[in-house]
Each structure stands twice: as structure tokens, then as C-alpha cells.
Design a protein around this ligand. Structure first.
Ligand code: PNS
Length: 163
């Protein structure tokens, strides 16, 4: 029987509870899910791609059909190399839609057989983003409940914040 492999690409700097919620939902839907961290030339990342992969590995360890990887270059090329036909993206609010639509249509233009599937994270996480988590942590605010506990610890260590 054909297996449906999905790629969940992103920056994941760092993985949030919103990402994790989506990963859990998608792991129930697809045969295999590859969480793919973009090795990107972002100017001011908090974590290196290797550190992001380590944190993701930790938080998806209980999901046997989920693996974590990095990718460079075009997403559709990477997805093809993994035998995937689905690109998974989370949509939190209408404001995400325009950017996601552009990316999905560009990816379709590049690879017509690749389908982008949008999923909704739990409403509780609809305001959550890695960028805001980084900002709040840098400014000394609490990020409890926004990221997995192991990630919270690593953010504290990285920013040298005490409890
Ligand atoms: O978490 P992010 O930063 O919103 O993820 C963006 C990501 C990684 C999905 C996007 O930047 C991407 O796919 N980059 C790879 C380059 C690419 O394929 N670009 C053309 C398609 S839009």
C-alpha cells in the first residue's frame, strides 16, 4: 500500500507548543512525517540548526512515525528526495493566509504534483510564534506553557536567564 509522506518545513527557532500540537495532529494523519528545519541565512537566529534539531528530536521522541531533518535549497526538491507528496503548513489566523497562499502556489508552480496541506493548531496557540517567544524571553517575560519544558530550559540557558 502506498505510504503518504508529509514534510513539515520551517525555521523552528525554537519549536513551540503550537508546532508540537500540529506535529501530533499530523502524525495521526500521515504515514510518515518529516519535520524539516531550514538551514537558513537568517540574520539573528537564537539557535543553530543543529540545536533546533536536537530540541525537536527530544519533543517528538514519543511519535514513532515522525523524524527530524534539516534541508537547504528549494523545499520541493528536498520533499521529492524524501519521497513526499505533501507539504504541511500550519495556519493560525487569517493573517497567515496571504504568505502561505503565495508559498503554496509557488511550490505548486515548481512541482505540480506536490500538495500543500494546511492544518490548524489548537486555538490556545493561535497567537503563538517562535519570533514572539524569542522576543518575550529576551525581554525577561515568562514563556511558560508556550514551549515544551526542555525548550524553555535551553532558552534560559542560551539567554542566561535565572528562574
Ligand atoms: O517557519 P517559516 O520561517 O515560516 O518557514 C518558511 C519555509 C522554511 C517553509 C520557507 O522559507 C521555505 O520553504 N524555504 C525554502 C526555500 C524555497 O523552497 N522557496 C521557494 C518556495 S516559496
Amino acid at each position: 500500500m502506498r505510504q503518504i509522506v508529509a514534510i513539515y518545513p520551517g525555521s523552528f527557532d525554537p519549536v513551540t507548543n503550537g508546532h508540537l500540537d500540529l506535529i501530533q495532529r499530523a502524525s495521526n494523519l500521515f504515514d510518515r512525517l518529516v519535520v524539516a528545519v531550514l538551514v537558513n541565512p537568517e540574520k539573528d537566529p537564537l539557535f543553530s540548526p543543529q540545536e533546533r534539531v536536537k530540541m525537536l528530536d527530544l519533543v517528538v521522541a514519543h511519535l514513532p512515525n515522525v523524524e527530524v531533518d534539516t534541508f537547504e535549497g528549494l523545499l520541493v526538491d528536498y520533499a521529492r528526495s524524501k519521497g513526499a507528496r505533501v507539504l504541511l503548513r500550519g495556519i493560525r489566523a487569517v493573517s497567515d493566509y496571504e504568505y502561505e497562499l503565495q508559498m503554496a502556489l509557488m511550490n505548486r508552480q515548481l512541482e505540480p504534483d506536490m500538495e500543500t496541506v494546511f492544518m490548524l493548531p489548537a486555538e490556545a496557540y493561535s497567537y503563538l510564534s517562535s519570533r514572539l517567544v524569542r522576543e518575550v524571553a529576551r525581554l525577561g517575560g515568562s514563556i511558560k506553557g508556550l514551549v515544551p519544558a526542555a525548550v524553555e530550559e535551553r532558552i534560559r540557558a542560551k539567554l542566561m536567564i535565572s528562574k
